[in-house]
Design a protein. Structure first.
Length: 261
Protein backbone atom coordinates (compact mmCIF):
# COMPACT_ATOMS: atom_id res chain seq x y z
CA UNK A 1 0.00 0.00 0.00
CA UNK A 2 2.81 2.32 0.82
CA UNK A 3 4.46 1.87 -2.60
CA UNK A 4 1.13 2.60 -4.28
CA UNK A 5 0.77 5.84 -2.28
CA UNK A 6 4.27 7.02 -3.21
CA UNK A 7 3.62 6.30 -6.88
CA UNK A 8 0.37 8.24 -6.70
CA UNK A 9 2.10 11.24 -5.13
CA UNK A 10 4.79 11.24 -7.84
CA UNK A 11 2.13 10.94 -10.55
CA UNK A 12 0.14 13.87 -9.15
CA UNK A 13 3.28 15.99 -8.85
CA UNK A 14 4.20 15.36 -12.49
CA UNK A 15 0.66 16.19 -13.64
CA UNK A 16 0.72 19.40 -11.57
CA UNK A 17 4.06 20.54 -13.09
CA UNK A 18 2.85 19.74 -16.58
CA UNK A 19 -0.34 21.75 -16.07
CA UNK A 20 1.49 24.82 -14.72
CA UNK A 21 4.20 25.03 -17.39
CA UNK A 22 2.14 26.87 -20.08
CA UNK A 23 1.36 29.65 -17.57
CA UNK A 24 4.99 30.84 -17.53
CA UNK A 25 5.12 34.20 -19.39
CA UNK A 26 7.64 34.39 -22.25
CA UNK A 27 10.60 36.44 -21.03
CA UNK A 28 11.51 37.50 -24.57
CA UNK A 29 8.69 40.07 -24.68
CA UNK A 30 9.65 41.77 -21.41
CA UNK A 31 10.39 45.48 -21.72
CA UNK A 32 8.44 46.20 -24.90
CA UNK A 33 6.61 48.96 -22.98
CA UNK A 34 9.89 50.90 -23.06
CA UNK A 35 9.37 51.48 -26.79
CA UNK A 36 6.50 53.82 -25.93
CA UNK A 37 8.31 55.78 -23.20
CA UNK A 38 10.64 57.74 -25.47
CA UNK A 39 10.86 59.79 -28.60
CA UNK A 40 13.58 58.03 -30.63
CA UNK A 41 16.03 60.29 -32.49
CA UNK A 42 18.16 58.70 -35.21
CA UNK A 43 21.85 58.63 -34.20
CA UNK A 44 23.45 56.05 -36.49
CA UNK A 45 22.47 54.44 -39.78
CA UNK A 46 24.35 51.43 -41.21
CA UNK A 47 27.35 52.28 -39.06
CA UNK A 48 27.43 55.97 -40.02
CA UNK A 49 26.76 58.73 -37.48
CA UNK A 50 23.70 60.86 -38.25
CA UNK A 51 23.74 64.55 -37.28
CA UNK A 52 21.30 65.20 -34.43
CA UNK A 53 19.88 68.24 -36.23
CA UNK A 54 18.59 66.05 -39.07
CA UNK A 55 15.35 65.61 -37.12
CA UNK A 56 14.99 61.98 -38.26
CA UNK A 57 13.34 59.70 -35.72
CA UNK A 58 10.37 57.63 -34.61
CA UNK A 59 7.56 57.75 -32.06
CA UNK A 60 5.58 54.61 -31.19
CA UNK A 61 1.99 54.55 -29.91
CA UNK A 62 0.40 51.39 -28.43
CA UNK A 63 -3.04 50.09 -29.33
CA UNK A 64 -4.86 47.18 -30.92
CA UNK A 65 -2.78 48.21 -33.92
CA UNK A 66 0.54 49.73 -32.84
CA UNK A 67 1.18 53.05 -34.56
CA UNK A 68 4.41 54.67 -35.74
CA UNK A 69 4.95 58.31 -36.66
CA UNK A 70 8.16 60.19 -37.23
CA UNK A 71 10.40 62.03 -39.63
CA UNK A 72 12.84 60.89 -42.31
CA UNK A 73 15.03 63.94 -41.85
CA UNK A 74 12.97 65.68 -44.53
CA UNK A 75 9.43 64.27 -44.71
CA UNK A 76 6.98 63.06 -42.10
CA UNK A 77 6.19 59.35 -41.99
CA UNK A 78 3.31 57.32 -40.61
CA UNK A 79 2.52 53.61 -40.40
CA UNK A 80 2.10 50.63 -38.09
CA UNK A 81 4.33 47.97 -36.59
CA UNK A 82 3.98 44.43 -35.23
CA UNK A 83 5.88 43.03 -32.25
CA UNK A 84 6.74 39.33 -32.27
CA UNK A 85 8.58 36.67 -30.32
CA UNK A 86 12.29 37.11 -29.51
CA UNK A 87 11.92 40.88 -29.82
CA UNK A 88 10.63 40.58 -33.34
CA UNK A 89 9.66 43.84 -35.06
CA UNK A 90 8.07 44.38 -38.46
CA UNK A 91 7.15 47.80 -39.85
CA UNK A 92 4.35 48.27 -42.37
CA UNK A 93 5.13 50.21 -45.57
CA UNK A 94 5.27 53.85 -44.45
CA UNK A 95 3.12 56.67 -45.78
CA UNK A 96 5.49 59.58 -46.40
CA UNK A 97 4.81 63.20 -47.29
CA UNK A 98 6.24 64.40 -50.62
CA UNK A 99 8.27 67.47 -49.74
CA UNK A 100 11.38 67.90 -51.91
CA UNK A 101 14.49 67.29 -49.77
CA UNK A 102 17.22 69.90 -49.97
CA UNK A 103 20.89 68.87 -49.73
CA UNK A 104 22.11 65.60 -48.22
CA UNK A 105 19.29 63.48 -46.82
CA UNK A 106 19.12 60.14 -45.01
CA UNK A 107 15.50 59.66 -46.07
CA UNK A 108 15.82 56.77 -48.54
CA UNK A 109 18.39 54.91 -46.45
CA UNK A 110 16.28 55.31 -43.31
CA UNK A 111 13.11 54.05 -45.03
CA UNK A 112 15.00 51.06 -46.43
CA UNK A 113 16.29 50.33 -42.93
CA UNK A 114 12.71 50.22 -41.60
CA UNK A 115 11.78 47.75 -44.36
CA UNK A 116 14.71 45.51 -43.42
CA UNK A 117 14.16 45.53 -39.64
CA UNK A 118 13.45 42.11 -38.14
CA UNK A 119 14.20 42.64 -34.43
CA UNK A 120 14.74 45.38 -31.86
CA UNK A 121 16.74 45.87 -28.68
CA UNK A 122 16.97 48.66 -26.09
CA UNK A 123 20.08 49.20 -23.99
CA UNK A 124 20.81 52.24 -21.81
CA UNK A 125 18.14 54.35 -23.50
CA UNK A 126 19.25 53.49 -27.05
CA UNK A 127 17.02 51.60 -29.49
CA UNK A 128 18.74 49.29 -31.97
CA UNK A 129 17.00 48.09 -35.13
CA UNK A 130 18.39 44.74 -36.25
CA UNK A 131 18.41 42.74 -39.49
CA UNK A 132 19.61 39.22 -38.74
CA UNK A 133 22.82 39.66 -36.74
CA UNK A 134 23.48 43.21 -37.98
CA UNK A 135 22.50 46.42 -36.21
CA UNK A 136 21.31 48.66 -39.04
CA UNK A 137 20.17 51.70 -37.02
CA UNK A 138 20.61 53.21 -33.57
CA UNK A 139 18.16 55.75 -32.13
CA UNK A 140 18.64 57.67 -28.90
CA UNK A 141 15.66 57.90 -26.57
CA UNK A 142 14.58 61.31 -25.30
CA UNK A 143 12.48 61.05 -22.14
CA UNK A 144 10.93 64.08 -20.41
CA UNK A 145 12.65 65.04 -17.18
CA UNK A 146 10.33 65.31 -14.21
CA UNK A 147 12.11 68.41 -12.92
CA UNK A 148 12.83 70.46 -16.03
CA UNK A 149 10.44 73.34 -16.52
CA UNK A 150 10.17 76.92 -17.70
CA UNK A 151 8.94 80.00 -15.82
CA UNK A 152 5.23 80.77 -15.52
CA UNK A 153 5.68 83.62 -17.99
CA UNK A 154 6.45 81.07 -20.71
CA UNK A 155 3.09 79.33 -20.32
CA UNK A 156 0.35 80.01 -22.84
CA UNK A 157 -0.17 80.16 -26.59
CA UNK A 158 2.29 82.22 -28.60
CA UNK A 159 1.95 83.28 -32.24
CA UNK A 160 4.98 83.99 -34.43
CA UNK A 161 5.24 87.56 -35.74
CA UNK A 162 8.90 87.66 -36.85
CA UNK A 163 11.49 85.15 -38.11
CA UNK A 164 15.02 85.85 -39.24
CA UNK A 165 16.66 84.82 -42.48
CA UNK A 166 14.23 84.42 -45.39
CA UNK A 167 14.18 86.95 -48.22
CA UNK A 168 10.44 86.46 -48.57
CA UNK A 169 8.38 88.94 -46.54
CA UNK A 170 6.83 87.55 -43.35
CA UNK A 171 3.26 87.92 -44.68
CA UNK A 172 4.35 86.15 -47.85
CA UNK A 173 5.66 83.21 -45.84
CA UNK A 174 2.48 82.98 -43.75
CA UNK A 175 -0.38 84.49 -45.76
CA UNK A 176 -3.14 82.47 -44.07
CA UNK A 177 -1.92 81.08 -40.75
CA UNK A 178 1.08 81.89 -38.58
CA UNK A 179 3.02 79.27 -36.57
CA UNK A 180 2.11 78.89 -32.90
CA UNK A 181 3.95 77.57 -29.85
CA UNK A 182 1.97 76.26 -26.87
CA UNK A 183 3.48 75.54 -23.45
CA UNK A 184 1.38 74.54 -20.44
CA UNK A 185 4.15 73.31 -18.11
CA UNK A 186 6.42 70.32 -17.67
CA UNK A 187 8.74 69.22 -20.45
CA UNK A 188 6.45 69.04 -23.46
CA UNK A 189 5.44 71.61 -26.04
CA UNK A 190 2.97 71.61 -28.89
CA UNK A 191 1.71 74.01 -31.51
CA UNK A 192 1.44 74.47 -35.26
CA UNK A 193 4.00 74.98 -38.03
CA UNK A 194 1.49 77.18 -39.95
CA UNK A 195 0.38 74.03 -41.77
CA UNK A 196 0.83 70.94 -39.57
CA UNK A 197 0.27 70.32 -35.89
CA UNK A 198 3.45 69.58 -33.93
CA UNK A 199 4.54 68.33 -30.53
CA UNK A 200 7.71 67.26 -28.75
CA UNK A 201 9.95 67.58 -25.71
CA UNK A 202 11.87 70.54 -24.33
CA UNK A 203 15.54 70.66 -23.41
CA UNK A 204 15.65 73.07 -20.48
CA UNK A 205 19.04 74.19 -19.13
CA UNK A 206 20.16 76.77 -16.58
CA UNK A 207 20.93 79.22 -19.37
CA UNK A 208 18.24 78.57 -21.95
CA UNK A 209 15.91 76.19 -23.71
CA UNK A 210 15.98 74.05 -26.83
CA UNK A 211 13.33 72.04 -28.62
CA UNK A 212 13.83 68.44 -29.64
CA UNK A 213 12.75 67.96 -33.29
CA UNK A 214 8.94 67.86 -33.25
CA UNK A 215 6.72 65.06 -34.44
CA UNK A 216 4.24 66.66 -36.85
CA UNK A 217 1.11 65.72 -38.75
CA UNK A 218 1.53 64.85 -42.40
CA UNK A 219 -0.27 67.44 -44.52
CA UNK A 220 1.59 68.56 -47.66
CA UNK A 221 2.34 72.27 -47.24
CA UNK A 222 2.63 74.91 -49.99
CA UNK A 223 5.38 77.52 -49.98
CA UNK A 224 8.41 77.79 -47.71
CA UNK A 225 6.75 78.83 -44.45
CA UNK A 226 6.79 75.50 -42.62
CA UNK A 227 10.29 74.58 -43.78
CA UNK A 228 11.65 77.98 -42.69
CA UNK A 229 9.98 77.72 -39.30
CA UNK A 230 11.22 74.18 -38.55
CA UNK A 231 14.77 74.94 -39.70
CA UNK A 232 15.03 77.97 -37.42
CA UNK A 233 13.13 76.32 -34.54
CA UNK A 234 15.62 73.44 -34.21
CA UNK A 235 18.52 75.92 -33.84
CA UNK A 236 17.00 77.63 -30.78
CA UNK A 237 19.06 77.45 -27.57
CA UNK A 238 17.77 80.39 -25.51
CA UNK A 239 14.92 82.80 -24.85
CA UNK A 240 14.05 86.22 -23.44
CA UNK A 241 10.95 88.29 -22.65
CA UNK A 242 10.62 91.95 -23.68
CA UNK A 243 7.49 94.05 -23.36
CA UNK A 244 5.29 90.97 -23.10
CA UNK A 245 6.78 89.30 -26.18
CA UNK A 246 8.72 86.01 -26.31
CA UNK A 247 12.04 86.00 -28.18
CA UNK A 248 13.74 82.71 -29.07
CA UNK A 249 17.51 82.90 -29.58
CA UNK A 250 20.24 80.96 -31.34
CA UNK A 251 23.80 81.57 -30.10
CA UNK A 252 22.66 84.80 -28.47
CA UNK A 253 20.91 86.18 -31.56
CA UNK A 254 17.13 86.69 -31.56
CA UNK A 255 15.83 84.56 -34.44
CA UNK A 256 12.09 84.32 -33.67
CA UNK A 257 9.59 86.59 -31.97
CA UNK A 258 6.18 85.57 -30.65
CA UNK A 259 3.22 87.54 -29.30
CA UNK A 260 0.79 86.12 -26.79
CA UNK A 261 -2.39 84.94 -28.41
Amino acid sequence: MRSVSIAAVIFLALVSCKAQKPLTPPAIMGGSEELYMYQWNLAELNGKVVDAISGAGLLFSPGQINGVTGNTGCNNLKGTMELGADHGLKFSPMAVTRKACMGASVEQEFLKCLEQTKHWSINNGQLQLIDGSKVIAKLNGVKPSAVASLPEEFKGTWELDYITGPKIAFDGLYPDKKPTLIYVGGTEYKGNTSCNGMGGNLKVTETGVGFNPPITTMMACPGEGEQTFLKTFKEVDGYAFKEGKLFLKSKGVEVMRFVRK
